[in-house]
Ligand binder design. Structure first.
Ligand code: NCD
Ligand code: ZN
Ligand code: ZN
Length: 432
């Protein structure tokens, strides 16, 4: 196994130092590590000007395999993840077949290992076939080789309160968590965009904030009632932030995520009628964006999760109403977080590491990820150039799909290298 000597990296944005990666761990940190070169030899990586972060962990990725390999595969999706600085992703269960059995989650987990770009932790469905009728075999998925700890019907809401309660109760046995896609179905029938003055003007059916907030409030109460762990997917409104803040204030075991696109983009983009901006939950108002940034900065929202949702062009290049919900996220996540949270002074690089590595790993109960960059820890490392800037053209993506909403935008930053347990998955900004 090759040893890597990373020269002059700024760990969490601090002073330049060297890191020696050997045998899968961070073997040494400091200056004068060149002795490693003389003894045995090491590959040198020049990290002058680069920030070193612990490998990023995504709690919310759609890899589409099995079933929609025309949109993404485990191989292409995890390539995109590595290029985005991720060393672990949680693969959502809304595949075909649905990941609602030990067999399917083990298949996805194995495909991740074979691809080798990052660790894949399958999310198990809460209900059989995401149908919201009866609980899936949560225990068998937890006990499988895939060791599932996160359960979600994402794409659909577990709207039945009794089922949600049972799921919350059940996952306690193995310290699991239910990740809820908070969308009250009756309030969002045929909903197309954020409900407001603009949806009326554009003639697109509105998606009211209360449809999200009502489910979050209910689920916080349910989680408290049964003493279980709730995670709220893709929080998108100021009111949702308030409810999560309230639940945390009560000491309840509730965590929440926000997506990069909800930290940057607003519902005004729907006026283009370009379905590239169609996403679930919808882009909201500028004041929601502000509240989401503030909530992420003060810790009310625990993590950034991409909700990377690839769709082939025939499902996106069509009329707004007919188009699929969802946008790509893995390859641009860190840049969007730099733009919206770091360059605005809301969080520093240590804060980014907390929200994109440590906390998501903790919520997913991953032991080998989200660890600090310290001697003896797994060598999961991202080298990132925050001074870089580029206009996104969208052609060089590793994802099989092309539905990124950032084409034509100037974004800061670039992932230069990613290491998974000491082995590079990305070098010079390319798959290693
Ligand atoms: N976010 C989306 O707009 N779409 C997701 C489903 C989801 O995350 O709810 C998808 O699977 O395409
Ligand atoms: Zn969702
Ligand atoms: Zn999703």
């Amino acid at each position: 196994m090759t040893t890597y000597l990373i020269k002059n990296a700024r760990i969490l944005g601090g002073e330049p130092t060297d890191l020696l990666l050997a045998d899968g761990v961070v073997a040494a940190i400091g200056s004068a590590l060149d002795a490693a070169l003389d003894a045995g030899g090491a590959e040198v990586v020049d990290a002058e000007g680069l920030v070193a972060l612990p490998g990023l962990v995504d709690l919310h990725t759609h890899l589409r395999e099995p079933g929609r390999e025309d949109a993404e595969t485990v191989d292409t999706g995890t390539s995109a993840a590595a290029l985005g600085g991720f060393t672990a992703v949680h693969a959502m269960a809304n595949t075909d077949p649905v990941a609602d059995t030990a067999g399917v989650v083990e298949q996805v987990w194995r495909l991740g290992r074979e691809a080798g770009h990052c660790d894949v932790f399958p999310v198990g469905a809460v209900t059989v076939g995401l149908q919201g009728e009866r609980l899936a075999e949560l225990g068998a998925m937890a006990d499988s080789a895939a060791r599932v700890r996160v359960f979600s019907d994402d794409g659909k809401c577990v709207s039945d309160a009794v089922l949600m309660r049972r799921a919350l109760e059940y996952v306690k046995a193995f310290d699991g968590v239910v990740a809820q896609h908070a969308q009250e179905p009756r309030l969002t029938e045929d909903a197309q965009m954020n409900e407001g003055e603009l949806s009326g003007r554009l003639g697109l059916r509105g998606w009211p904030a209360v449809a999200e907030e009502a489910i979050i409030a209910r689920d916080c109460l349910l989680a408290a009632h049964v003493g279980s762990r709730l995670h709220v997917c893709h929080v998108s409104t100021a009111g949702s932030v308030e409810i999560v803040r309230w639940a945390k204030g009560k000491g309840w075991n509730v965590t929440a995520e926000v997506c990069p696109h909800h930290l940057l983009l607003t519902d005004e983009l729907a006026a283009t009628y370009d379905p590239i901006y169609k996403v679930n939950p919808p882009l909201r108002s500028a004041s929601d964006v502000e509240a989401l940034r503030a909530g992420l900065a003060d810790g009310t929202i625990d993590v950034v999760a991409t909700d990377h949702a690839p769709h082939p062009h025939e499902d996106k290049d069509c009329e707004w109403q007919a188009a699929a919900f969802g946008m790509l996220g893995l390859e641009t996540a860190l840049s969007i977080v730099q733009l919206t949270m770091v360059d605005t002074g809301l969080v520093d690089w240590a804060g980014v590491a907390e929200r994109m590595s440590a906390k998501p790993a903790q919520i997913g109960r991953l032991s080998g990820h989200g660890r600090p960059l310290a001697v003896g820890e797994p060598a999961n490392v991202v080298l990132y150039d925050p001074a870089f800037s580029q206009v996104v053209d969208g052609t060089g993506l590793a994802s099989l799909s092309r539905n990124t909403p950032y084409v034509g935008r100037e974004l800061p930053g670039r992932v230069v290298a990613t290491f998974l347990r000491g082995t590079p998955t990305v070098l010079d900004g390319k798959i290693a």
